[in-house]
Design a protein around this ligand. Sequence first.
Ligand SMILES: *Cc1c(COP(=O)(O)O)cnc(C)c1O
Length: 392
Amino acid sequence: MAITQEKNGATTETRMDLGQLQEIAKKHGTPVFVLDHEKIRANYREFKENLPRVQAYYAVKANSNPEIVRTLYKIGASFDVASLPEFMLVYENIKGLPPKERQDFIWDKVIYANTIKQVEALHELDQYKPLVTFDNIEELKKIRKHCPQAGLVLRIRVPNTGAMVELSSKFGADPGEAVDLVIEAFDSGAVVEGISFHVGSQCNNFENYMQALQLSASIFKESESRGHKIKIIDIGGGFPVKYHSKVKSFKTLARKLNTEFKRLFPEDIEILAEPGRFMVANAATLVTKIIGKAERAGKTCYYLDDGVYHTFSGIVFDHCQYPLKSFKDGEKKICAAFGPTCDAFDTISVAEELPELEIDDLLYAENIGAYSIASSTYFNGFPPAKVVHINK
Ligand SMILES: *Cc1c(COP(=O)(O)O)cnc(C)c1O
């Protein structure tokens, strides 16, 4: 691995060795998704160093590869799951790994952070006495009926302004109704352990977090004044990844958060977060091969063996771009890059800058670890990229 210092930003970016990437592509074939576990560990350490009071619950949906779960568990992370299969994936992969004595295992290690749960999932989850989120009265009734041993976390709606992926229209109780929901839950015999929020993914507007903490703190105070002390604040995900130089620094966000924790909440509060993208985005590089080449309307079009139905799905679902890079040098010109399927929608870019390349040449795309391979399909018979782990 080569360490390169980014010129315009404060961060040090670790880039995978290009020789090693080519070796891996040769050995395993393409498309190949190279996942660097040392980078995942470095991200976790960076998170903990900057937010020492916060326990990180990795949001499994960002990349549900079981080896990521194992690596993060071993270094101390917990997990945010959103479905029964995700819950079982975590459970099965940390079972048997030390520390073995974990009476409180489920709450310490997993939060079920989807506020809408299937009845069948609730039934199954009850035996684990899980910690689950909710944001409305119907869900509260469902949980009380089908998963009565669950501990509750109330998710509130907070501003998502300026996040790359916006969620506030789909999830979260109105802050004005939050205390009533807390009281209602306690009255039904449940225990509300915490308040949670999610500011939206790749959040570059730190005011969202500040306003969300402020809202949560007033809910804490009002609940306590009405006889119910809440112990957990879960600040969700959204921690921005430095895809380019305009992204603000995580360090600055962490500093602001630490100040607000101290100012707004009691000392003994438990603080959780649900980072997804932050842990994995820069830990993976995709290597893909040119399988076709054509001149159309004066532009060179390259056809690759991976596309938007596969690892490049983040272009669609995550509103993310992954610049294509060549292993070859040469004068760059504007070209187009398409995926392998028969659908015109399978377009990676119509304005990529690459040197003149040939069929069988390899390309790579960095920072493609989050919300990418996780939503790969088998559309048109093309399977998802192989995953190769390094530094595991
Ligand atoms: C997706 C999601 C996350 C993770 O978000 P990132 O932006 O990847 O950190 C965390 N919490 C909830 C509830 C989510 O839906």
